[in-house]
Design a protein. Structure first.
Length: 255
């Protein structure tokens, strides 16, 4: 891989780093293709228990799509570029195990859209988040209009999209765009702590929680009941309830 770096720890947590620090980890097509390929391979690798996504260097998570590539787009190729960016973000969002963005610096444009497609976000106190596409004459195109609206509500989504202004991590926290704010330099550590906390729980229930909340079926309640029922038939559910009644910690096996 030319633009990504991966490290897997003993618990199966992959630290995936966007690795183009001299260009603030901007998302060119080659980097996004590498990421798509990588997430495909993670899907079929049950040894990958969770993914933490971050940017190399201290300055940026990702400063957006590569503007030198965007500048060449026309009506048709622009639509195709948006669709392939949306497909990557959807692949990440529908990944069956947790994906946490560790936003270590600027997350702008496609960088914000990528972070919003992760399941949870930890941001450095010094990080700045925004969707400045409007200043280039376009709008977010990798699913950002929809995810911003879903997470922060239409008023905040519209203000960010229509002004192109950047907000600091604390404001993003208040707006519901990030889950936690960390001290600078501690973002990946904080994301790892959060990941380990999640991975102590029953794996099938974690996957079902992701599926239920990110549900895009007609009837989310019916989907939730379906998932709840299927978990009640698992060994981990028997173990979890028995452990509680026996006043001991549960040992989950993902079955
Ligand atoms: N596309 C292409 N190149 C980019 C880029 C982008 N989105 N963002 C940064 N870069 C490049 C710069 O051109 C520069 O390259 P160079 O050193 O070869 O000149 C390098 O990354 C460093 O960026 P620079 O602008 O010098 O850093 P800065 O600290 O002065 O400013 C930002 C940082 C993030 C405020 C500024 O780079 C910026 O506004 N970037 C564009 C953000 C954007 O509009 N993203 C949405 C795209 S859809």
């Amino acid at each position: 891989m030319d633009y990504l770096k991966t490290e897997r720890d003993g618990d199966g947590v992959v630290l995936l780093t966007l690795n183009r620090p001299d260009k603030l980890n901007v998302l060119n097509i080659a980097l996004m293709d590498e990421m798509d390929e990588l997430f495909r391979s993670f899907e079929s690798d049950s040894g990958v228990k969770g993914v933490i996504l971050t940017g190399a260097g201290e300055k940026a998570f990702a400063a957006g799509a590569d503007i030198s590539e965007l500048a060449a787009l026309d009506r048709e190729s622009g639509k195709a570029r948006a669709q392939s960016g949306q497909a990557l973000c959807y692949r990440i969002e529908s990944f069956p195990r947790p994906v946490i963005a560790a936003i270590n610096g600027y997350a702008l444009g496609g960088g914000t859209e990528l972070a919003l497609s992760c399941h949870l976000r930890v941001a450095s106190r010094e990080a700045e988040i925004g969707v400045p596409e409007i200043t280039l004459g376009v709008i977010p195109g990798f699913g950002g209009t929809q995810r911003l609206k879903r997470l922060a509500g239409p008023a905040t989504a519209l203000e960010l999209i229509l002004t192109g202004d950047r907000i600091k991590a604390e404001e993003a926290l208040r707006a519901g765009l990030v889950n936690r704010v960390s001290e600078p330099g501690q973002t990946v550590q904080e994301a790892k702590k959060l990941m380990k906390r999640i991975l102590k729980n029953a794996p099938l229930a974690v996957t079902a929680g992701l599926r239920a909340v990110l549900d895009n079926t007609e009837d989310g309640y019916a989907h939730e009941a379906e998932l709840f029922g299927s978990l009640c038939g698992t060994e981990d559910f028997q173990e979890g309830t028995r452990a509680f009644l026996e006043k001991r910690p549960a040992t989950f096996r993902g079955r």
